[in-house]
Ligand binder design. Structure first.
Ligand SMILES: NC(=O)c1ccc[n+]([C@@H]2O[C@H](COP(=O)([O-])OP(=O)(O)OC[C@H]3O[C@@H](n4cnc5c(N)ncnc54)[C@H](O)[C@@H]3O)[C@@H](O)[C@H]2O)c1
Length: 340
């Protein structure tokens, strides 16, 4: 682990859409310093350098790690590159915060987890939703026991078309892993973390909502059955109109009460036999919270999201894609074990 007092020097690898939010979060975190930026596209790397005070920029990760001697990397590259880059970062002895999904298949996720276990460095998959106020609130209410035994989680994250054009790698299942891995994984990870239970099966249906020509399903319905008996019904859309539409709804019911967290409300509510109480409103920057959690882990705390969590989320995403293809529920354990 890094010393508690020294600044941890970090590279941002992949300087596209989401990298700017991570760079801002690094600047906001006093324990971290941006040591450089890396992108296979020299123009993007140079532009990211200009946007970040002229830090050194590179097109080659190996050169960046060697020349800067960085302690860690924040990886924001396309999904199909994650496992290979993770192995290189581990081999260099650096810590890693890596965008979701950890890999596009379970075998890749497993290689990444094993590489970090061998290297004794921190691997934290960036399941960013876990660090948002709404998700932390739901987790805290469930853990408090106020809802009793949870039997149903309903989570909808609905939005419009967010991708830049029709050639984006996100639309190619061989590069993104499919939409259940690309965006569905946020929901699959959240409901598992919220319930604290073991996911047994995933049953999913996909729709090509925006255009029949799409190779991904931009609208997903995913049902997760947990070992303890709870069910999570998840809905993820990037196919709603207008494109700017964004809505999130959470309902959790249990033997003791229910939690309702509508997107547009000032805050959510918890209702039990004694009445209805308001939950605190949100407002903090989830990317900054996530970066602080990673800095905690690099300086010795347990990682808020572990490599094993990232591997399980990949297994659930693969199970969802497979369920869409077969029309049948898929056992998560079968998917995770077959790559062992
Ligand atoms: N947590 C979230 O809310 C969230 C949101 C959007 C994207 N993401 C994730 O972030 C990652 C990046 O997504 P994006 O939308 O920013 O993609 P993007 O296409 O905008 O950016 C990716 C960048 O990586 C570069 N790149 C490609 N291969 C590389 C390599 N081998 N080494 C270095 N650079 C490489 C590309 O040139 C590009 O600049 C994906 O894994 C995606 O799933 C997460």
């Amino acid at each position: 682990m890094e010393s508690l007092s020294a600044t941890v020097r970090v590279l941002v690898v992949g300087t596209g859409f989401i990298a700017a939010q991570h760079a801002a979060a690094i600047h906001a975190e006093p324990r971290l310093e941006l040591a450089g930026v890396v992108d296979v596209d020299a123009g993007r790397a140079a532009a990211a350098s200009r946007a970040n005070g002229g830090v050194p920029w590179y097109t080659d990760l190996g050169a960046a790690l060697a020349e800067t001697g960085a302690d860690g990397c924040v990886v924001c590259t396309p999904n199909d590159t994650h496992a290979g880059i993770a192995e290189r970062v581990a081999a260099a002895g650096a810590h890693l915060l890596i965008e979701k999904p950890l890999a596009t298949d379970v075998a890749g996720a497993r290689r990444a987890v094993e590489a970090f276990a061998r290297a004794g460095r921190v691997l934290m998959p960036a399941h960013s939703h876990r660090h948002y106020d709404y998700a932390l609130t739901v987790r805290d209410v469930i853990r408090s026991g106020e809802l009793g035994d949870v039997d149903l989680v309903r989570l909808s994250i609905l939005g419009g078309w967010i991708w830049p054009d029709w050639r984006g790698w996100m639309l190619d299942p061989s590069r993104s892993g499919g939409h259940a891995l690309h965006n569905g994984v946020h929901l699959l990870d959240l409901v598992t973390w919220w319930t604290g239970d073991v996911p047994e099966t995933v049953y999913a249906r996909g729709r090509r909502q925006t255009a029949a020509e799409l190779d991904i399903y931009d609208y997903l319905e995913m049902t997760v059955r947990f070992a303890g008996g709870a069910v999570a019904v998840c809905e993820m859309s990037r196919g709603h109109r207008p494109a700017s539409y964004a809505r999130r709804d959470v309902l959790v019911t249990g033997t003791g009460g229910l939690l309702s967290l509508p997107w547009d409300a000032e805050s959510g509510t918890v209702t039990d036999e004694s009445g209805t109480a308001l939950l605190p409103p949100g407002g903090t920057d989830g990317f900054a919270t996530q970066m602080a959690a990673w800095a905690d882990a690099v300086t010795g705390a347990p990682a808020a999201v572990s490599g094993a969590d990232g591997l399980l989320a990949v297994g659930m995403g693969v199970a969802a894609e497979r369920s869409i293809a077969t029309g049948l529920p898929v056992r998560v354990d079968d998917v995770v074990k077959e790559a062992a």
